[in-house]
Design a protein around this ligand. Structure first.
Ligand code: SF4
Length: 469
């Protein structure tokens, strides 16, 4: 991508405002390719074990744990979560995930080091401090933690206290992502998530004082009652706490997944034009404050590792969004966790009871999954080049995969020539592709040209993906 780091982000906001409405259809987020809706249901346990057996060939793995519990339901949320105040449930979960880690470990050959560890949810800090330490030990006893590993966790400031922070720091967590969403009280009331910004700021300071050096904030635009002015105040507050990274997600109205979102149709969701203006205003403020626009929805301070990964071509996109460390297998634990293994993706049972039944019986718990064909591997590589580097070279595709790029992707290139007219990318006569600074918001749309499954998936159920912008 060109000019990603210029102080104003290299963005021509007037043109962007004119172009944006033409790119507001539904599309995948490309945290995987092929995307989850086309994976096969009932992925066999023997296939899961086979994929695990060759993982960590590089001697390194990335580990993920999904902690599904939340104290209350945020009405915008489409995550896999279990709302509970039952204190016995996390205890049972900890024993079960310990068992799952053992079962998984016995399928993996050698002893790969963990160079990246991430906990998501749900709310990982729904666990008590002692439970956090237990889960951390379970994972790192089986997969030794590299001394310079990136160790990160998603936290909800409403339920995270000093004991949690101390436990996280002692375990060695070096990055925490705080769910903020929006600081406007009207929006917070509508999404059923009351979180005064002072709570967020206090947790940020507590984490820094405890020696956790890196702080991420997650924001959501397109929520009820948001206006340009209200979200601008949110961004101003957020900037005052100086997080290292900011993820700015578009609210995904996916009522077929998250039924509670239906309530929003009666209240004040911003219309598509306002949604776009809110987004543009937010980008303006963030790049104006010196954050680099990494692409799609991530912003980072110039000295953050994400910028280094972007510059060195090692930026990676997976189920955690944009991250560093390209090319490392990911092993996931917990219900709905997604593993990215050599030649395959596997997602665990989403339903907590089904997951308990499997892992407590000493079994792996695959639900959906897919073995990648050679064509899948090639398209995945191309889509990653677009999503993570904003560029593609025909000669690189051919030297990696053989064949003729221009012949094999004639249809995709023709489709791209159409959107080239909008100024979001530049194509050479050979089909080399460079996303412009304007096109950074439309990486999903560009990548969609190479998605071989998109039409069949849409026919099978048009309501599969969220809005691209
Ligand atoms: S947004 Fe986070 S805290 Fe709220 S319900 Fe979803 S996972 Fe739980």
């Amino acid at each position: 991508m060109s000019e990603a780091g210029t102080p104003d982000g290299g963005l021509d906001f007037e043109t962007l405002e004119a172009v944006l409405p033409r790119f507001t259809g539904a599309g995948p987020r490309y945290t995987s390719y092929p995307t989850v809706p086309v994976w096969k249901p009932s992925f066999p346990e023997s296939d899961h074990a086979r994929a695990l057996s060759s993982c960590g060939r590089t001697g390194e793995v990335s580990l993920y744990a999904h902690i599904p519990f939340c104290r209350s339901l945020c009405h915008f949320c489409a995550c896999n979560r279990v709302i509970t105040r039952d204190s016995d449930l996390p205890e049972r979960y900890l024993s079960a995930i310990g068992q799952e880690i053992q079962t998984t470990r016995s399928s993996v050959e050698g002893t790969p080091q963990c160079i990246q560890l991430h906990w998501g949810g749900g709310t990982p800090t729904h666990l008590k401090a002692g439970q956090i330490e237990r889960l951390f030990r379970s994972m790192t006893d089986s997969f030794p933690l590299a001394p310079d590993a990136e160790v990160s966790i998603e936290v909800d400031p409403r339920v995270t206290d000093e004991d949690h922070v101390r436990a996280l720091a002692e375990c060695g967590f070096n990055r925490i992502s705080l769910g903020v969403q929006d600081t406007n009280p009207d929006t917070q009331a509508a999404i059923h998530r009351i979180q005064p910004f002072e709570l967020t700021r206090a947790l940020t300071e507590m984490a820094r004082n405890a020696g956790i050096p890196h702080i991420n904030y997650d924001l959501v635009y397109g929520l009820p009652h948001q206006t340009e002015a209200s979200f601008s105040r949110t961004i101003t507050e957020v900037l005052s706490a100086e997080p290292d990274r900011i993820a700015l997600y578009g609210y995904a109205h996916v009522t077929w997944v998250a039924k509670q979102q239906r309530g929003f149709e009666r209240i004040d969701l911003p219309d598509p034009r306002l949604r776009i203006r809110i987004l543009l205003q937010a980008i303006r403020q963030l790049v104006g404050a010196g954050y680099r626009f990494i692409g799609l929805d991530h912003f980072a301070k110039p000295d953050d590792e994400l910028c280094e990964a972007f510059d060195s071509g090692t930026l990676r996109r997976n189920f955690m969004g944009y991250t560093t460390l390209d090319g490392v297998d990911t092993i996931a634990f917990g219900p709905s966790g997604i593993s990215e293994l050599p030649g395959a993706y596997v997602q665990a049972q989403k339903n907590l009871s089904d997951w308990f039944d499997r892992v407590e019986g000493g079994r792996l718990a695959p639900d959906r999954g897919i073995w990648l064909s050679r064509d899948d591997e090639m398209r995945r590589w191309i889509i990653r080049q677009i999503m993570c580097r904003g560029r593609l070279r025909a000669s690189e595709v051919e030297s990696r995969f053989g064949g003729s790029y221009q012949v094999d992707f004639e249809q995709a290139i023709d489709g791209l020539r159409e959107i080239e007219k909008e100024g979001v990318l530049v194509l050479s006569p050979e089909g080399d592709l460079e996303v412009t600074s304007l096109g950074r918001l439309f990486l999903r749309n560009v990548a969609m040209a190479f998605d071989a499954y998109l039409e069949p998936a849409a026919e099978g159920g048009a309501r599969v993906f969220s809005q691209t912008v």
